[in-house]
Structures are given as structure tokens and as C-alpha cells.
Ligand binder design. Structure first.
Ligand code: BGC
Length: 465
């Protein structure tokens, strides 16, 4: 695109500035809260169960409360991100986190615990998409993949932290300390967000041009600020209301978002994250210690491969990583399925289970893990970016709930082998979806993606320049 100032903006390649990396890293603390609060319950529940004499139903409610809250939180908050701004919403959310965490750590009854966990879930549902959105609107196009995916890295670190905190307090059985630890990242997020700038794209949407220019000048440090301002302003047609979301030209964004949300969850990632010890047990690892150690190992592999993926998101692009990652996931699900079919209670099954889960989690960490959140933050037009993203995020939380709820039922009903085969088949469909529907957005500005949407291009073409 040629701007009014005669510069071809699509070809601008920025250097990365330490300030932008700092801003993105601090906003990504929201991801730590997400990972920590979804992961911590797996260890804490064992002790909550005996303290509160949980029945299977109340046990399920304590575990599912966060998923329910997150679905609610994301579905109702999209408008807030557009009206109050991404930064203000993150500040408010960290306060909600704090309140929810303290109340769950101090809960005197099971009802209070469930309600507090719903509150924590609401905060997660808001923060999980507001942080990537905020980062995507500050990042230069040629580093957007890496910077936004710091949020996914933070999620994996949060899950690791949860496993470690659970392990640390396991002997004493202090579940209140386990849950209460979430206060630390919540306070860090609150304090850091107070000092971070507002999203320049949101400021322009609100017609606060002077503030937007000041922020862009601070984060870009080049003379191209006016060119970028120009490009963003040209893409703003009006302040959209929710009906825009259902107009025909926005449909490709919705389809990409819903599809990625479905495949990220329905290929079984959280059966591994939430049930790793159970799967290890099904495969015949008998000792509690081995199961916990193996689970911490899975968390570490998740972190490591997310780090490996970061630079390649902007170099190779999103789609090659999706294909590679999903192929790894599919192969390992098939291996798990075959091993469970032919080798019950054997060393072959135990080792196949171990290796498959490592390959599976690595594949997720380089593909669907980071790319789903990244694309959620890229595909919607500025005027309804908060609203659109919140809607597809809510759908992904609902898919998460369905899988968490049905996994053990499926294992019981049709056996481990058929269950993993089902996830493998869904991964294959996911690859076809990526091939047919998902665009390559590497190095493309958010405004170019929006122009392509408005021009009525097919979803797969949204990244063309
Ligand atoms: C997913 C979560 C998952 C986590 C694991 C996230 O991208 O949305 O459901 O637990 O990755 O790393």
C-alpha cells in the first residue's frame, strides 16, 4: 500500500526495539495467570477433595468452574475491550484476578470455592485475548508473530509454575497456598500495566491522535510514525457496533477463528495437560512419583518447544508451523492408539505413551498453541477487534470444556485406542482446514489484512499484499 506520504508501507521492516519487547513481556504476564490458574487445580483438587468431602459432582464443579467462568468472561467482555481500551481492561482484570484468587484461597465452603473459581475464570476469559490483542497492536508487523506468542510462552510457563507449586506443597497438602500463589502474577500484572502505554491503534480508533503519535514515536523510534498513523487511520471507517460482526465481509474472520478454536481444543491438548498422570497410569506407570515427574517433564517440553517456535513464526510463517506441528500431533496420536490396542500393560505401551506424549506436546507447542492466539488477534477489523476476538475465544473455551468433560467418558465408553484415533482423525481434518481456509499472515500489517477482508477476498487470501 502506498501511503499519502508516498511510502510503500507494506515493505517497511522494523528492527526490534527493547522497549517493545519489554512491553510485550509484561503484558504477557496475563498468560502466566491463565496457565497457572488452569493448571494448579490438578494437584490442589486431591486435598480439597478430602477437606471438603467432595462428591463426584462437587469435584467436577470445582474443576470446571474456571472453564465456565472463562467462557462467560470472554463472551461478555468484548465490547469493553473496544470501549475502555485493551490496557484499562487488563488493569481491571488483574484486580478481578486478585479478588477471585484470594477468595478461593480463603474459601470456607465448597460453594464459596466454586464461586471464587468462577470469578478467577472470568478474569482468565478476559485476559487471555486482551493481552495478545494489546501486543499485536503495538508490535511491528515483521515481529508480531514472536511478540504476540510471548503470551503463549507465558501460558506454558504458568502451567509449569502450577505443577511446581503443586509439587512443593504436595507433602503438606496446603491447597490454600497452592491456589493463593496466583496472587503473585496478578500483582505483577496490575503494577506493570499501570506503566505501559495504551494501544496506539485503539487510541486512533478513539480519535486521540496526539496520544497515538506519542506512543508510536516512543515504541518505533523511526521517522515512519506518520506513515503508520496514516495507514491505521485509513483503515478506520467508523466505530462499529456488534452488527458489523455478522456482516458478510467479516465472515471469513469468524470462520478462521471458530475453526482454529475448534481444532486447537478438539485435537486433545488438554486431555494431556489436565490428565497426563491419568494417561501415564492407564499406560501402566504405577508409582505416583513417576507420574508427577513425567507430568512436570511434559510441562517443560511444552515451554521448550514454544521457545523454539517463536523466531520461526515470522521467518517461516504461521502455516508451515501449523502443518509441521499438526503432523507431529497426528502421528503421535496414531502411535498412542496402536499401542493401546496391541500392548496392554507392557513396556512397549509405557514407552510409546511417553514418547508419543512428548512428540504430541512439542507439535502443539510449535503449531496450534501459539498460532491460534496469534491469528485471533490478527484477523478481525479494528472497529470490532475486541468483540470479534472475544466471541471466537468464548467458543474455544466452550470446546475446551466439552473435551475436558468427555475425555474420560470416551475412554470408558469406547476405550483408549478408539479415543486417540478420534483425536488423530480430527487433527487430519484440522490440517485440511489449515490448507483450505487459513491465510498466511507473516509480515503483513493488520491494516492490510483488514483491507483484504473489506475487498471480499477469500479467507485463505487474507494475507496477500
Ligand atoms: C491452550 C490451552 C492449553 C495451553 C497448553 C493454550 O494455547 O489454549 O487450552 O492448556 O495452550 O500450553
Amino acid at each position: 500500500m502506498r501511503s499519502n506520504l508516498g511510502q510503500d508501507f507494506t515493505e517497511v521492516r522494523y528492527r526490534i526495539s527493547p522497549f517493545v519487547v519489554l512491553v510485550a513481556s509484561l503484558a504477557a504476564v496475563a498468560g502466566i495467570l491463565f496457565g497457572f490458574d488452569t493448571g494448579v487445580i490438578s494437584g490442589a483438587i486431591l486435598f480439597i477433595k478430602s477437606d471438603f468431602h467432595l462428591t463426584p459432582i462437587s469435584n467436577g464443579m470445582v474443576v470446571a468452574a474456571v472453564l465456565l467462568g472463562a467462557t462467560l468472561g470472554s463472551v461478555v467482555s468484548g465490547r469493553f475491550a473496544d470501549y475502555y481500551g485493551r490496557r484499562s481492561l487488563l488493569i481491571m482484570t488483574s484486580i478481578v484476578f486478585l479478588i477471585g484468587t484470594l477468595c478461593s484461597a480463603l474459601a470456607a465452603t465448597v460453594v464459596m470455592l466454586v464461586l471464587s473459581r468462577v470469578v478467577v475464570g472470568i478474569a482468565i476469559g478476559i485476559a487471555c485475548y486482551t493481552a495478545p490483542l494489546y501486543i499485536s497492536e503495538l508490535a511491528p508487523a515483521n515481529f508480531r508473530g514472536m511478540l504476540v506468542s510471548l503470551n503463549q510462552l507465558a501460558i506454558t510457563l504458568g502451567i509449569m509454575l502450577a505443577y511446581l507449586v503443586d509439587t512443593y506443597y504436595a507433602d503438606s497438602g496446603h491447597w490454600r497456598m497452592m491456589l493463593g500463589f496466583g496472587v503473585v502474577p496478578a500483582v505483577i500484572l496490575f503494577i506493570s500495566m499501570l506503566f505501559l502505554p495504551k494501544s496506539p491503534r485503539w487510541l486512533l480508533l478513539m480519535e486521540r491522535d496526539a496520544q497515538a503519535r506519542a506512543t508510536l514515536t516512543r515504541i518505533r523510534k523511526t521517522e515512519l510514525v506518520d506513515v503508520e498513523m496514516d495507514e491505521i487511520k485509513q483503515s478506520i471507517q467508523n466505530r462499529g457496533d456488534w452488527r458489523v460482526l455478522f456482516q458478510k465481509w467479516v465472515r471469513p474472520a469468524l470462520i478462521i477463528g471458530l475453526g482454529l478454536g475448534f481444532f486447537q481444543q478438539c485435537t486433545g491438548i488438554n486431555t494431556i495437560i489436565y490428565y497426563a498422570p491419568t494417561i501415564f497410569e492407564l499406560a501402566g506407570f504405577k508409582s505416583h512419583a513417576t507420574a508427577i515427574l513425567a507430568t512436570v517433564g511434559i510441562g517443560a517440553v511444552n515451554v521448550m518447544f514454544t521457545i523454539i517456535a517463536l523466531p520461526f513464526l515470522d521467518r517461516w510463517g504461521r502455516k508451515p508451523l501449523l502443518y509441521t506441528g499438526m503432523l507431529m500431533m497426528m502421528m503421535s496420536l496414531l502411535a498412542l492408539s496402536v499401542a493401546f490396542l496391541f500392548h496392554s500393560d507392557s513396556d512397549i505401551l509405557r514407552w510409546t505413551a511417553m514418547v508419543s506424549m512428548v512428540v504430541f506436546i512439542s507439535g502443539f507447542a510449535i503449531g496450534l498453541g501459539p498460532v491460534m492466539w496469534l491469528m485471533f488477534a490478527e484477523i478481525f477489523p479494528l472497529e470490532i477487534r475486541g468483540l470479534g476476538t472475544s466471541l471466537v475465544v468464548a467458543a474455544s473455551w466452550a470446546f475446551n470444556g466439552v473435551i475436558a468433560w468427555t475425555f474420560l467418558l470416551l475412554v470408558k465408553g469406547m476405550g483408549e485406542s478408539a479415543t486417540f484415533l478420534l483425536y488423530a482423525a480430527l487433527t487430519l481434518f484440522g490440517m485440511l482446514f489449515v490448507n483450505r481456509v487459513v491465510p498466511e499472515t507473516k509480515n503483513v500489517s493488520l491494516e492490510q489484512i483488514e483491507r483484504n477482508l473489506r475487498r471480499g477476498l477469500a479467507s485463505r487470501e487474507l494475507g496477500s499484499v
